[in-house]
Design a protein around this ligand. Sequence first.
Ligand code: PEP
Ligand code: MG
Length: 546
Amino acid sequence: MEVYEGLAIAQGIAVGKIRYHQMPERLGYPHAISDVRQELARYQNAKKQAVAELTALAEEAAAKGDMQEAALCKRQTALLEGAGFSRAIESLVGTEKVNVSYALVTTRDELAATFSSLEDEVVTARIRDVRAVTERLTYILDGLSRERYRLKEPVIIAAENMSPSDVIELDKSKVLGFLTQGGSSLSHTSILVKAINVPSLICVSVQQQWEGRLCIVDGYAGKIYLDPDAALLVEYQKRQREEQKEQAYLRSLKDEEDITADGHRVRLYANIGDLEDLDSALENGAGGIGLLRSEFQYLGRENYPGEKELFQTYKKVTQKMGDKLVVIRTLDIGSEKREDYMGLSVESNPAMGNRGIRFCLERKEMFKEQLRAIYHASAYGNLAVMYPMITSVEEIREIQELVREVKEELRAQKIPYQDIQQGIVVETPAAVMMAGELAREVDFLSMGTNDLTQYTLAMDRQNPHLKDRYREHHPAILKMVDIVIRESHREGCWAGICGELAADTVLTGEFLRMGVDMLSVVPSCILPVRKEIRETVIGEGLVPGP
Ligand code: PEP
Ligand code: MG
């Protein structure tokens, strides 16, 4: 038996076999080859497989009526089958005697650099095709086809690193637990992993040889046991049964109200990152959606979603939630959430770069499409909108001007909408210091403690090396929460927390005594937080809300 330690980001116990999940990080690195003919044959085989995959995808898309997607797959097939692309790859492999994946990545980058200054739409689309085809071929060449996401049996996923899209693509019903070497508790990958509600550890020295071995994950103690002995297995199986009993008790709270033991009502909402999370929010008895991270419709694709597509999604969410409030956070792109088509420049400090509202106010037409979709969808339920990364009153006024224009446009088109509540994500120290002034401009303030912590402590939330210094319960953050609640109430606004801290049951009582009006947490944390709320006595000294 071998024992390893890590940092638990989601609690629980899992027992199962390890599935080592390979990341395509080695792709594109050059190495000399001795047999050019053999390397070219590898390329031809990969090309054949890529054409077969694309043909199947085109047929699948056409059958679903998605003719745009079908045309895209056909264009990429033509690129692969055309002489120009292959000639460039084959000539590089032949003359420089390098591996195909290096030739692919080099050709892609040279093409992109040559045409980067052209703003022609056809050329831009062509470059995107080259990127997509290169990615498909390199995955095939390294044996990393999409098959790796299909799990045949329930397993514990172990990986050196995982990207947010890796988590999205996995069949979550078959994931018993997650172990990763890299990562940090507040990275977006970790936030997605927590939503799955299985025990998960980061900072584990994962090894490829673990593939197929039996493992116990202890998401309470932050330990894993490889090839556990019989006695330990029996002990953990017993703990798993006790855990199941606790889960059953928590499930019994699904339809209970969020009221403290001494009768104070609080709103307990869910954070969702896509439509799958919405089902989980409902299954766990969410009182509303306190944070819809709207980025999911903008990531993993090649151009901006149109207003219609956004509207359909928002309408679906708000209709599904009935009269419960749904707070849509406008696009918080930038930092590690980016796609080529957005044209974001390389930044030396992206967390402090062109992200969130800054990015949107720079691309007003794109931003207005999202606002129009939100206001249009507001006619179908109980929606609210909030804006990320705000630092000043001027930004809010600039947004309000756009909102006015959007409403006018909708009126002119006779599209119904409601005057929905508007809020701010308080996630910069500047917004905390200006909480009173900002509160005067809007209806609510919702604290994004993930970013607020990184900007206040000046510690990158993604950096695993800082994990021992990164104090989520830092008194500076708790003081800030208190200030924001007081300032909001003074100005007649309600105040919530939508960062991960809202799910920390150690702090629930403290937040309630500060007078917080709403806690918004990943769906899997709703019931544990509800239990804590119902057991809390607030007593005297509560800051009265609006
Ligand atoms: C936050 O920063 O706390 C937050 C809720 O937003 P995100 O985690 O998406 O940055
Ligand atoms: Mg944030």
